[in-house]
Design a protein around this ligand. Sequence first.
Ligand code: 6PG
Length: 627
Amino acid sequence: MIIILMGVSGCGKTTIGRQLALEQGLPFFDADDFHPKANIKKMKNNLALSDSDRLPWLNTLAEKIFEWENNEGAVLACSALKESYRTILASRHSNILWVFLSGTFEVISERLRKRTSHYMKDTLLQSQFDTLEVPKYGLYVNIENSIDDIIKRISSKLKQMNQSVFGIIGLGVMGKSLSLNMAEKGFNVSVYNRADNGEAQVVSDFLEDNHALKNISGFTELQQFVASLATPRKILIMIKAGKAIDIVIDQLIPFLTKGDIIIDGGNSHYKDTAKRVDYLASKELHFVGCGISGGEEGARKGPSMMPGGSRESYQSIAPILEAISAKDKTGKPCCTYIGPESAGHFVKMIHNGMEYAEMQLLAEVYAIMKISMENEKIAEILSEWRSTDLSSYLLEITIDIFLKKEGNQYVLDSILDAAGNKGTGSWSSKAALDLGSVNNMMSSAVFARYLSSFKQIRQSLSSQLKKDSEAIEEPDIMALKNAYRFARIINHHQGFELLRLASIEYHWKLNLSEIARIWTNGCIIRSDFMDQSVEIFKVYENYFEHQSIFKNLISSENSVKDCVSYSLKYRIPFDTFFASYNYWVSITTENLSANLIQAQRDYFGAHTYQKRDDVSGRYYHTNWLEK
Ligand code: 6PG
């Protein structure tokens, strides 16, 4: 660490510098000792130095500063009155704490008069004040404070500078990637990982593997980890969602102070997050549920980040989160304040629900194509889609997946067709049911994964069915492409409608355009259509109000029917596509058969019903058994 005490002659640079150096265990240097002989002679004759006189002196000091920093650091007393001087001094090393010892002409002149040596005429002192360019950075110290108070102030600043501005708990794939992302952006980061449970080497291995990054501090003791953080502390927990989060929170609380912020960057359930927000608020601490999307690559290079919690805590963490997040097309961070309480985790959950449906649509496209095409051909067709408005991250990786071989075998063909899940898709479906929102595509995608996991049952039942040996014609690819666009629009519509309803229900004031914007990069559902959605939600409440989109849905209807027919003809599960079609047909049909539901409910439960032609909204009951 290099600390430079600067200011006009008589401000106390040397006295304070010597004492500070002692306190910090650093060597002290007086810049005047590095002047060339010619300058010393001039100064002895009370002659002012020119800028050209100072240049060799400043360059020497810059070299020395670089040398001292690569040893143990140093405290330097140097007037450094001009910004141009300070720029030269910092030219070889930028992590300098500038301490400006500020005092009035009267105070300093009085002090100089009391000096036995180093007497300076007031005229020279005045010329120093005239030359002084007060820095717009560093630590300002009023020299009328006591030396002890000044030293305390500088030491406290040093402690804060040497501390980390962000702490990350959990060095799993995401925790490591986010730590490296943050450190590479120049932030001092502290990382913590438990040392039990066979994880004793995790921290030391991580530091060893990344020893080039000097601004990462590693800990296996929680109290030391917390002590290494500048206040208000910002601690990101990157561990598996569930009870473990609560355990870590309770371990942290005794070491935290008012105003500290705990951030949960995992896929926690929004209702758990809501409880944690309240729990920590009762202890005058902040809790932020932050959705983080983009997987390992996103975390390393720039994820999409969805922090909720209080706006006050967002102001505090935003500079760092926005620095590490992905950037949209205009260079803005794909990170924004989502809304209060657990809004951040709710939005991430819906991101995942939409992700499930997007993935299932591609799986159903594959199901339609694979009965008559090889993987190469499928990849070729999808690559054409990739250069259209259908382009997306998921389409890109799917094309790569179709082409990936190990030896002569396609990797895809060797993968067991039983899909896993960590829960966020089913949570989205439950949230929709709770809110009375229709998200049949997300639910369909969840059920498709569940059905796929019943592999043994499927094998057993399949073996009892007669196989159809009818020749298989290739599907209508144009119809499939139109149906894919249709279903994606409906999926996005259902996702954003659910967000809109949640925003009303929970009073979150969600900004759908901003949410679409932070989903244009870094996250799994980033796509060309998401780019379009940013502008759409600035004007419209939902996609159906956008005339060209609505017309496209109408014109694509027959394509969807053709694909559903193809799936029926060849017994191909196609439920998520059909869910989009069924949603569309239902929402665009004036008279559904739900009048029969009302009649049935009234028949057996006297739940009453309204009449088509009674606009008063009055409810009726019929005595169905009366003859
Ligand atoms: C993301 C992903 C991420 C996770 C998936 C996997 O946005 O980066 O969605 O959160 O990898 O959610 O979840 P499943 O195991 O449920 O598919």
